[in-house]
Design a protein around this ligand. Structure first.
Ligand code: BGC
Length: 414
């Protein structure tokens, strides 16, 4: 069923009073360019045009969005901001403070977003009480993906401790299989690092280190152990890992060239887009340890001129939070809906695990924002940590030196 542009009376009167007859336009900046990602963003594109909108696509390839954020800065600095931008976490607040975001509270209030979003997610979408972004999903970062046949053929079960992971990887390496598919890009190193840190240090350690930036925790012996495990993992990646895109690493697991990948559940979007089934072709389990690292993808609207663009922003905001979009998009994307009232009946087993672990970790206080994916820290501090993680992973730096560099790098970024 097509949804009308002006689905609610409140939105209708709001939009109609300012912008009668405007045809919704949107130039949308995003970094969803892999197979599963492109299939997901196409759902929004289609709903937008089904509702009379004209979508101008501005994809900027590059996992994790670093290149997209560079492109965004250039556009805003030249006074030509895109209409809508894939943006998340504290970066939303940073752009708000620059005075360049549009207020989408009228749509959010008319559609009752506060009633259908967990308070923690709604909090990320608000800037000084007004709504400045619309959430599409919840991704989990701390996952291990595995090729089911490769594990079975080698008599290996999904590891539930890092020691088990290392033992499995040693066995696979001896059998001539690449244990860990990895792409040597800074954000991928950071993704693995934060999963290892959560597993080895636990949720409280993670909170203190990567949310509170507590110096004693950053300099602790536990952090030394985290870097030790990173050094061990470095030994399990193949010689061609430098610069490899994350989805190519996922493909190595799919085709049996490698056994495992440590990556957020956008990797599941790749397996599913390739027709692979969980439990049969690929296996998922959370990385060893307790807790849950979340990423909420969202879109912020930039303050642009023109009734057509403003109508486009209102329409996009409304569609993004629509129950149908939240289901279909997330089935493709590998994530789960941000809305609490969208059922998971159509979703596969890894999504169910994600949802139940999320609710358990929320009650236990171990639901934590991903630092590697821009949910926990502002850009300067997250960058200061990632620089060290990457420098360590790509050299023979000792764990003790990495920890010292980490504390200094964070202190200098404050
Ligand atoms: C985003 C995902 C995206 C992934 C890889 C993450 O930061 O949250 O939506 O699929 O990067 O590009």
């Amino acid at each position: 069923m097509k949804k009308s542009v002006f689905a609610t009376a409140a939105v209708a009167s709001l939009v109609a009073s300012n912008m009668a007859f405007a045809e919704p336009q949107a130039e949308v900046l995003h970094w969803w360019t892999s197979g599963g990602e492109a299939k997901s963003v196409a759902v929004l594109q289609k709903e937008f045009s089904d509702n009379g909108g004209t979508w101008t696509d501005m994809p900027v390839a590059g996992g994790g969005g670093d290149a997209a954020m560079t492109a965004l800065r250039a556009r805003v600095l030249s006074g030509n901001a895109p209409t809508a931008v894939q943006l998340k976490g504290p970066a939303i607040q940073e752009w708000y403070e620059e005075g360049v975001l549009a207020d989408i509270s009228a749509v959010a209030e008319a559609e009752g977003w506060d009633n259908v979003l967990p308070a923690s997610i709604a909090g990320h979408m608000k800037c000084e009480g007004s709504w400045c972004a619309a959430p599409v999903n919840v991704h989990r970062v701390d996952w291990i993906w595995a090729n089911a046949d490769v594990l079975e053929a080698n008599g290996i079960a999904m590891p539930s401790t890092w020691a088990e992971f290392n033992a499995a990887a040693d066995k696979l390496q001896a059998a001539g299989i690449i244990p860990l598919a990895h792409g040597g890009q800074a954000w991928q190193d950071a993704t693995v690092f934060e999963a290892v840190a959560l597993g080895i240090g636990g949720p409280e350690f993670f909170q203190k280190a990567f949310v509170d930036l507590d110096m004693d925790t950053l300099k602790s012996d536990t952090m030394v152990q985290v870097f030790d495990q990173m050094r061990t993992l470095r030994g399990y990646v193949d010689g061609n890992f430098a610069g490899r895109d994350w989805n190519l690493a996922t493909a190595m697991v799919m085709n049996g060239e490698a056994a495992f990948q440590i990556m957020g559940d956008w990797a599941k979007g790749e397996f599913l887009a390739a027709g692979k089934a969980p439990g049969e072709d690929f296996l998922c389990s959370s990385t060893p340890g307790n807790g849950y690292l979340y990423v909420v993808d969202s879109f912020a609207m930039f303050d642009v001129d023109g009734d057509d663009k403003k109508a486009g922003q209102n329409l996009l905001a409304e569609l993004i939070m629509g129950p149908n979009f939240q289901e279909v998009f997330n089935l493709n994307k590998g994530s789960i809906p941000a809305r609490t009232d969208v059922g998971l009946d159509a979703f596969e087993s890894c999504a169910h695990t994600s949802a139940s672990d999320m609710s358990a970790s929320s009650s236990e206080g171990s639901l934590l924002p991903s630092y590697a994916h821009g949910m926990a820290l502002r850009g300067a501090q997250a960058g200061a940590i990632t620089d060290v993680v990457t420098a360590h992973f790509n050299s023979d730096m000792s764990s003790a030196d990495a920890v010292e560099m980490l504390a200094n790098s964070v202190a200098n970024s404050l």
